[in-house]
Write a protein that binds this ligand. Structure first.
Ligand code: NAD
Ligand code: AKB
Length: 321
């Protein structure tokens, strides 16, 4: 079997996706690559390659030398950091993808996964149940790079017949590593604040509705999409996928069911405008129809799972029930 290369393997998704791929295909088959290595996770022990996705020559040499047949290209700068460093975000998000696509074409890589985001949608898209096909018009550099990236993926598929698959992830909620510079990061930070301090200072307004997903569902969706027979894939830009959608007020109420007295305070910053430009929920019927997507975690299951995994952070006198 040709090997699997995960670029951006030390990030929020990368560390969990790499672990899941190693369980499925074996440790030595899956090469984790990143600028930096991740803190040791016994499940994710296996080869690590220091790699800059912007260095096309080295990427090319490694894909050939390591006999790579599948690439997961996760390296990117997310929405909030992207607005602080627009040119750096564009360079990493676009050139990183183009290097991956071009090396994959030159080295006959069989399959590529590249994540898009709900950030492809802008204020002109429907706010609720946002359809697969609609006017995108993103207003952030991150969203523009994801929208252009989707078109590049379709171009390489249409022109060169390459097998490239993609999901428009919503905000992802996980406990193994902290999220890196997104607008939806509050939905992770809130658990740490709830357990350690019993209050959370939120940078979004209380009624900001956004689509979200628990990491177990996101990893499973990725593996299921990559396993689907090629003739089931009808979307060659990127699939909408959905699991739950909620506001900061709603997740606060849900967490307070488990942590007595927990409350959030709201002080919106520049990330409010980013969140306001995105839909509150998306329609994932194409993913459900084409390759059988079905989420397992809603808001209450996610809150229970996160609190169970992070309960060691709770203050000794905290009442978690
Ligand atoms: P992250 O910021 O946690 O991880 C990105 C990783 O890429 C980091 O480990 C970083 O060191 C690495 N990286 C940065 N520059 C690199 C370079 N030049 N070469 C190699 N590696 C480099 O991001 P994440 O949350 O894990 O997101 C992964 C992908 O999923 C991104 O493309 C992101 O746009 C997409 N996505 C994430 C979410 C989410 O909520 N986490 C939602 C939608 C889409
Ligand atoms: C972000 O907030 O930037 C990411 C995303 C939804 O793409 N979590």
């Amino acid at each position: 079997m040709r090997r699997i290369l995960v670029i951006g393997a030390s990030g929020q998704i990368g560390c969990e996706l790499t672990a899941a791929l190693r369980i499925k295909f074996g440790n030595d088959t899956v090469i984790a690559a990143d600028l930096k290595s991740s803190p040791g996770n016994p499940k994710s022990s296996g080869p690590f390659l220091p790699l800059d996705v912007l260095d096309k020559e080295t990427l090319s040499v490694q894909v050939r030398r390591q006999q790579v047949g599948t690439i997961y290209c996760l390296a990117a700068m997310l929405s909030a950091s992207g607005e602080q460093h627009p040119h750096k975000a564009w360079q990493l998000n676009m050139q990183g993808l183009l290097n991956t696509l071009e090396v994959a074409r030159e080295e006959s890589v069989e399959k590529i996964f590249w994540p898009s985001s709900i950030a492809v949608f802008g204020p002109d898209a429907p706010k609720m149940n946002c359809p697969q096909e609609t006017k995108l018009s993103p207003t952030t550099v991150y969203g523009i790079s994801k929208s252009a990236g989707e078109d590049w993926c379709k171009y390489y598929h249409d022109r060169f017949g390459m097998d490239i698959r993609s999901l428009r992830y919503p905000g992802l909620i996980s406990y193994q590593s902290m999220p890196g510079g997104g607008t939806t990061d509050y939905a992770v930070a809130i658990f740490y604040a709830a357990l350690k301090m019993r209050f959370y200072q939120c940078y979004l307004k209380a009624d900001t509705h956004l689509p979200m997903m628990y990491m177990d569902d996101a990893v499973r969706a990725t593996l299921e999409l990559m396993d689907a027979p090629g003739d089931k894939i009808s979307v060659h830009t990127s699939y909408n996928i959905s699991a739950m959608d909620f506001t900061p007020r709603e997740i606060t109420v849900e967490i307070a069911q488990h942590i007595k007295g927990f409350e959030s305070f709201y002080n919106a910053d520049f990330r409010q405008a980013i969140a306001d430009s995105w839909p509150g929920s998306v329609d994932d019927s194409a993913a459900r129809k084409d390759w059988g997507w079905k989420p397992k975690f809603g808001l209450s299951e996610t809150v229970e799972a996160m609190l169970e995994q992070l309960k060691h952070l709770a203050r000794p006198n905290s009442a978690i029930y």
